[in-house]
Ligand binder design. Structure first.
Ligand code: HEM
Length: 418
């Protein structure tokens, strides 16, 4: 196992220890320079073309018909997933594909059912609610001082808002978050408690499906102003969404909103600010910079590590001919450190301007929750910077063992109140 690859033949993106303990940027930097669209064929899973330069990654996102999300989905399939697919295993959450796994022309009408809830204006109305969650979370932290920043802060604030928007009762938040970690990051044994990834993910998928099916049933008879009720009230070309489609979109909102924002706050903000205290001081002196600094948090962490697509016709990318059925993988953390696109991309800079990164993707599937994520991160760090004079690391951080959604799972810190 090579955790810090030095040559192309040492690169293996199925080696998840590289993502947990090694340096995947060593692999991506080498690929950007030497083989920006590179055929990766290793025993751990499906073969694919690794796309590592900013312009090529954006080109894939900008052509959603040629690079399909619907055919075989956006998640890289390891050997276990390939075996299940070949055996025709049923994932109930995928019986009706959520919008992220659909292509034009199906995709936009589905997205429009709830997209008005995610405009800057609609999201802006949530600011006081988010601030309330942040304050109550930080009250607990200020009392304890020694905390795990990931589980006790970075996870709690965005998950509270996502669950509240979906109308999930607070008593169920912890269990649903556990299930979400298994479905999104099941390759990390900490989340599956030693069970096989495939078994744990199948069981978590069934439980989530059952949970949301029941919640959808309740909202049907007793609608509220939550997103699930809106999905039920919405239609696509005059037809109401089948209840299984509503369940699938609920699963997507859960998967989309939790670990991503958590990764941006921890791996993209708190850890680099501890490592570069001058950046912490800049924001303390000038908190108004946070409105743009949140994009540096997202660029730095690039929470969604890989986005897979299937080619639907012959084309060329980065000088390489791709054919119908080929899988390509956009590595956003690589695009977001591309020297041809960013000045000093390996410098964490909260003052960075014109920060047009691909952390929220681009084009057709551009993150629906982008304004919510930015607002949550801004409010969270406004509250942190105003209440705590300094933050020290009290133990080593640990990274998620995954090539799909990255970030930290633990960051032990002492938070010193003013
Ligand atoms: C820092 C936090 C976040 C990051 C980095 C992020 C990143 C992304 C990315 C890269 C995609 C596109 C994936 C692809 O092209 O295959 C995406 C899509 C999506 N995100 Fe986010 N996301 C974040 C927060 C959120 C939040 C808070 C929500 C909602 C609660 C959300 C909901 C969605 C949805 C529904 C989609 C699918 C959009 C579509 O297919 O049209 N995301 N996100």
């Amino acid at each position: 196992m090579v955790r810090n690859p030095q040559s192309l033949d040492q690169i293996d993106f199925w080696d998840l220890d590289m993502f947990a303990d090694g340096d995947p940027h060593a692999a991506w930097t080498m690929l950007r320079r030497r083989a920006p669209v590179w055929y990766h064929d290793r025993p751990g899973g499906e073969p694919f073309y690794a796309v590592t330069r900013f312009d090529d990654c954006r080109h894939v996102h900008a052509n959603p018909v040629l690079f399909s999300s619907e055919r075989h989905g956006i998640v890289l399939r390891d050997a276990g997933a390939m075996a299940l697919a070949e055996a025709g295993a049923d994932n109930p959450l995928e019986r009706n594909k959520p919008m992220i796994h659909t292509d034009p022309p199906r995709h936009q009408p589905l997205r429009r059912v709830i997209s008005h809830n995610f405009t800057p204006r609609a999201v802006g109305r949530l600011e006081e609610q988010i601030r309330g969650y942040a304050r109550s979370c930080l009250d607990d932290v200020a009392d304890k001082r020694d905390v795990d920043f990931v589980t006790e802060v970075a996870h709690r604030i965005p998950s509270a808002i996502a669950f509240a928007l979906m109308g999930v009762p607070a008593k169920d938040w912890d269990r649903l978050a556990e299930l979400e970690h298994i479905t999104v990051s099941g390759t990390d044994p900490e989340f599956t408690h030693g069970d096989s990834v495939a078994d744990a993910q199948a069981a978590a998928g069934m439980e989530l499906f059952g949970y949301f099916a029941e919640l959808v049933g309740q909202r049907r008879t007793d609608p509220g102003d939550d997103l699930i009720s809106q999905l039920l009230a919405g239609d696509v070309q005059g037809q109401p969404l089948p209840w299984e489609q509503v369940v699938a979109e609920a699963g997507l909102l859960l998967a989309g909103g939790l670990d991503t924002t958590r990764a941006a706050a921890s791996a993209g903000a708190m850890l680099p600010m501890i490592e570069h205290p001058d950046q912490w001081r800049i924001l303390q002196d000038e908190p108004s910079l946070l409105s743009s600094a949140v994009d540096e948090f997202v660029r730095w962490a690039s929470p969604i590590t890989s986005e897979a697509r299937t080619v639907t016709g012959e084309t060329e990318l980065g000088g390489v001919v791709l054919r119908d059925g080929d899988r390509v993988v956009v590595w956003s953390p690589s695009a977001n450190r591309d020297e041809d696109h960013f000045d000093e991309p390996f410098r964490f800079d909260v003052r960075r301007e014109g920060n047009r990164h691909l952390g929220f993707a681009y084009g057709e599937h551009y993150c629906l929750g982008v304004h919510l994520a930015r607002l949550t991160l801004r409010v969270e760090f406004e509250e942190i910077l105003s209440r705590f004079v300094s933050i020290e690391m009290t133990g080593p951080p640990s990274r998620v063992r995954s090539n799909f959604v990255g970030g930290l799972k633990h960051l032990p810190v002492r938070m010193n109140p003013r």
